[in-house]
Design a protein around this ligand. Structure first.
Ligand SMILES: C[S@@+](CC[C@H](N)C(=O)[O-])C[C@H]1O[C@@H](n2cnc3c(N)ncnc32)[C@H](O)[C@@H]1O
Length: 299
């Protein structure tokens, strides 16, 4: 019997797009918030797939069919309220599921590591420079700390103090004055549809940071990304991040928790050929039919 095609992580437990078509208002219940988030993940993934197929189209008839497909997905995203609705759902999901924003964990860890303070450099004392990718609010706990200067960015900014920017297109720092001490990437990597773009996001984060072991990546991922993926385990994520140039210093995974919090310190990239090779290939690390396909690939 043919093996049933597994459903990508971003589409799990997802009602079909049609079953939710026409619903624009956000319900307040947890279930309704989750359905909205799942639906947008499905639609954004379909949009990325259509865009990719369109860029590889080999005939004009194929291109026009794909263009129509892409247009239909874009219309559906708009009909569902666009990215604004998705982000409002994420904000509600954030408060109901995690009892607040992720940066609460980051601040706790900075305190534990005696890093919750201003830094001294040649010019004297300066605040910690943080870049927050995928910011829903400019007022999270990290942004409120007097020793942190936060730069929040988002693809679809919901607030005048959040810079509307695709991190993948953000210019690289010209010198240390433009480099950050912390990059926060909470529930964003899993939002990026293409595995190689996820790898690129991690590499660009490395390049945005000061070249110092006191520079950190705060990475939050849905538990299923590393604990139930066919192609990704926590150990494999450590290998990939080692190749990018990070070593894990903190990890919090609560039993039954929906997300895993991790903190990584900047280091020189691991050039071990075996690690480099395994980070650029998709290999089955867990068997079973009920797995998702989440993976990060380095180029
Ligand atoms: C699920 S929300 C997570 C928000 C918040 N950080 C949290 O932990 O709840 C993902 C956010 O990442 C943003 N995002 C996704 N890809 C991005 C990119 N390439 N550059 C900037 N923001 C991005 C989306 O617009 C969305 O607001």
């Amino acid at each position: 019997m043919a093996r049933k095609r597994s459903v990508p992580i971003t589409q799990r437990d997802t009602p079909t797009a049609n079953s939710l078509a026409g619903r624009k208002k956000l319900g307040k219940s947890h279930k309704s918030t989750q359905s909205t988030i799942s639906l947008f993940h499905t639609l954004l993934k379909r949009k990325a797939q259509a865009q990719k197929a369109l860029s590889n189209a080999c005939s004009s008839s194929q291109a026009s069919a794909l263009q129509a497909q892409l247009g239909a997905v874009e219309t559906e995203i708009e009909e569902q309220g666009g990215l604004d609705t998705y982000q409002r759902a994420s904000t509600l999901g954030q408060s109901s599921e995690r009892g607040g924003d992720s940066s609460v964990v980051l601040i706790e860890w900075l305190k534990e590591m005696n890093e919750a303070m201003t830094r001294e450099d040649g010019a004297g004392s300066r605040s910690i420079r943080m870049l927050e990718i995928g910011a829903l609010s400019p007022n999270n706990l990290a942004a409120k700390q007097p020793y942190i200067t936060n730069t929040p960015i988002d693809l679809n900014s919901q607030h005048p103090d959040i810079l509307a920017q695709d991190f993948l297109q953000r210019p690289l720092p010209k010198d240390d004055s433009e480099r950050f001490d912390i990059v926060s990437c909470s529930l964003v990597l899993n939002f990026v549809p293409e595995p190689r773009d996820r790898g690129q996001m991690l590499k660009l984060i490395h390049q945005q940071l000061h070249h110092s072991e006191r520079s950190f990546l705060f990475l939050v991922l849905p538990t299923a990304c590393t604990e139930n993926s066919r192609y990704m385990t926590s150990e494999h994520l450590e290998t990939i991040l080692g190749v990018v140039g990070f070593a894990q210093v903190r990890r919090r995974a609560r039993p039954g928790g929906k997300v895993i919090y991790t903190l990584w310190k900047w280091q020189k990239p691991n050039a071990n050929p075996q690690a480099v090779q395994s980070s650029s290939r998709r290999a089955e690390l867990r068997s079973g039919t009920k797995r998702n396909n989440f993976v990060v690939l380095l180029k």
